[in-house]
Ligand binder design. Structure first.
Ligand code: TPP
Length: 662
């Protein structure tokens, strides 16, 4: 039983509790996070870190009128609990349950949706500018992590804030971690702000503000804290011409050493992000400021759960765990490897034989599997931070110098770097290899993370070779083959466990643009269906073929391997030989592999009907498992069999009437 959490059903209740009660509430929320996520998993660590911050925000501001814009928004669980969604909290990331990110359609308290990093400052500034234009008075509060600051968009927004609005509250939630340890100069700079008391800034007007608060222990304690800050005389430090190199602003002058100030914002902090009274007072103060302000808040990822504190990367986001110990279920013996690990281990093997290869990740060493390379050959590994555009152009630069970079980025995050792929990689025809993990569904994350668009967005670009392996052994063959291609090459593969097939000792060079015929027609005059199953859908095509064969159909199964160039000869041959062609892809139908087949058929005057199975033209929601969504939308063996039977006029009793296909 939770004394205060039971009472809190909305932000209004947060405002009614006393400070000690709020502190108890924080403890109860932590317990709910730990217990509530144990069964299905989620972003435990980041949320444990923002419990006090979220309470303080709802204590001081009034959503939905005031706007909270969360960067990435994986840390909104406490906000969800405090904004009328407590009762559904344990459904988070599950079928029909709460989404794991802020979602505009889920609650009026979620004013901005996200899932990709680096968007919050721009979106919040847009809201502030719109407010100013409209002449309304909402507060706009942007909560962004230290790793979000490694992202270029954040800086594009910072560059704009000072001369766009006078009222903007930024909260830099600094826990020193991205998913992995944060990297780069910004992270080092933030560390300097934290550790060097010279930069500590609790300015004089904040002190005066705190002194005006009603008398009591809290006000006295805060005044004392403010004094400590002011004692450092920090506000002026950088402006004095001390002549000391450490005071210089790097441009031959002595501007503020706090770069937020150089960007036209006030800087306050760093402050303890778990000190609820201090947070509340600071936010109250921020509300009164007539210039944009950044509050630097120090939080601990995983606070309150020993295992999460010990393993911040693992607990950033995870599946089920033991709520007492934090232990996660051991991998099943003989389980198929994860695609990401196959990719990472293959990179090590390939790098050992080819010294032009290097691996690049944008802050996802574990998710992409490149951590294997980091460990085995650190000098061949680059983590550039959450900076997909930079990662791609950085690779382009390397490629001009004779290296063969392998950029490992999830399909969904690569979308951000589309212009870089176009302008820097394809237009210059540079040999960069892209390994696109999570191409397909990322079921419990949902639409921000599904990688369902890459075939379409890459297929239109000249010079591209694009492939999709049917299993992990073929993934390694494709990576090996890519190292022999002197042009931009893309390999897409799904999230999670691979097929469980053995991986050959030595990878095989694949013929570019050549499909694999897995099963040919038997020429026995029966009704002929050719199933083209791309990537993981090849397994579905094979199973459907078995069922159809048992029912008297003559079925060919083709593993297309290439989405660009598609195998024109094989596709035309089976197109003409079959009575029905079925394409299966883990990708949107529009512009995808099936579309490429239709284009080819149009060119070659192949008139055989084509049934396309893939994702419809809509954003696909989140769910507990990929299988549930595949079933709902018909990317299944049953639907494939039913569609074929329906075409031939046979009873399609099992047809789940789902997607309209061409
Ligand atoms: C464009 C993009 N690239 C990568 C990711 C994957 N990702 C999700 S959260 C995260 C780290 C965020 O760190 P920070 O902003 O410091 O927040 P914290 O989790 O530490 O609270 C990353 C890299 C993403 N969501 N979006």
């Amino acid at each position: 039983m939770s004394t205060y959490l039971d009472m809190v059903n909305g932000p209004a209740h947060v405002k009614k509790l006393t400070l000690p009660q709020l502190q108890d509430l924080a403890g109860e929320i932590r317990q709910e996070l730990i217990a509530g996520l144990a069964k299905a998993g989620g972003h435990l660590g980041p949320n444990l870190g923002v419990v006090e911050l979220s309470i303080a925000l709802h204590r001081v501001f009034n959503t939905p009128k005031d706007k909270f814009v969360w960067d990435v928004s994986h840390q909104v669980y406490v906000h969800k609990i405090l904004t009328d969604r407590k009762d559904r909290f344990r459904t988070i990331r599950q079928t029909d349950g709460l989404n794991g990110f802020a979602l505009r359609t889920e609650s009026p308290h979620d004013c901005y949706g996200a899932g990709h990093a680096g968007t919050a400052l721009s979106a919040a500034l847009g809201m502030a500018a719109a407010r100013d234009k409209k002449g309304t008075d909402e507060n706009v509060v942007c909560i962004f992590g230290d790793a979000a600051l490694t992202n270029g968009i954040s800086f594009e927004a910072l560059n704009n804030i000072g001369h766009t609005t006078k009222r903007f509250i930024g909260i830099l939630n600094d826990n020193e971690w991205s998913i992995a340890k944060n990297v780069g100069a910004i992270s080092a700079y933030l560390n300097k702000l934290i550790t060097n008391p010279r930069y500590n800034k609790l300015a004089k007007d904040f002190e005066a503000f705190v002194r005006r608060l009603p008398k009591g222990e809290l006000a006295i304690r805060l005044a004392h804290k403010a004094e400590e800050g002011v004692k450092g005389a920090i506000a002026d430090v950088g402006l004095r011409q001390t002549g000391k190199p450490e005071d210089a602003d790097g441009r031959g002058g002595y501007g503020s050493p706090v770069f937020f100030e150089e960007m036209g914002m006030r800087y306050l902090g760093p402050i303890d992000g778990h000190d609820l009274p201090l947070l509340i007072s600071t936010l109250e103060f921020a509300k009164t400021c007539d210039s944009p302000i950044v509050i630097h808040v120090l939080t601990q990822k995983g606070k309150g759960f020993e295992a999460a504190l010990k393993f911040p990367e693992k607990f950033h986001g995870l599946g089920p765990y033991n709520a007492q110990t934090g232990e996660t279920p051991a991998a099943k013996p003989n389980a198929a490897p994860m695609y990401q690990d196959v990719m990472g281990q293959a990179m090590v093997r390939l790098c050992q034989k080819n010294n032009t290869l290097v691996g690049i990740t944008a802050a996802m060493p574990t998710g992409t599997g490149l951590k294997h390379l980091e460990k085995a050959m650190p000098d061949r590994y680059y983590d550039v931070g959450i900076a997909e555009e930079h990662a791609v152009i950085f690779a382009a630069g390397m490629a001009t110098m004779g290296l063969h970079p392998v950029v490992a980025i999830y399909s969904t995050f690569l979308q951000r770097a589309y212009d870089c792929i176009h302008h820097d990689i394809c237009l210059q025809d540079l040999p960069v290899i892209f390994c696109m993990d999570r191409a397909g569904l990322s079921a419990n994350d949902g639409p921000t993370h599904h990688g369902l668009f890459d075939i379409a967005y890459l297929r239109t670009l000249p010079n591209v070779t694009a492939m999709a392996p049917k299993d992990e052994d073929e993934l390694v063959d494709m990576m090996f083959t890519a190292t022999h291609i002197n042009h931009p090459t893309f390999i897409r593969y799904p999230r999670g466990a691979a097929e469980g097939v053995p991986i050959k000792e030595e990878p095989r060079l694949l013929e570019i643009g050549k499909a694999e015929v897995i099963q040919n027609f038997s020429s026995n005059g029966k009704k002929k269906a050719a199933l083209f199953g791309l990537g993981p859908m090849c397994a579905i095509a094979r199973k459907a073929a078995e069922e159809l064969a048992a029912e008297g159909f003559d079925v060919a199964v083709i593993n297309p391997r290439f989405t660009k160039p598609i195998d024109a000869g094989t596709t035309e041959f089976f197109g003409k030989a079959a009575d029905l062609v079925v394409t299966l892809e883990d990708h949107v139908l529009m512009g995808g592999y099936g579309s490429a087949v239709l284009e080819l058929f149009s060119e070659k005057n192949v008139t055989t009907p084509v049934v396309r199975i893939g994702w419809p033209d809509q954003f696909i929601e989140h769910a507990s498992t990929q299988d549930e969504l595949r079933k709902k939308y018909g990317l299944t063996v049953e639907n494939t069999v039913a569609k074929v039977k329906a075409h031939f006029g046979e009873t399609a009793a099992t047809a789940t009437k789902l997607i309209e296909v061409a």
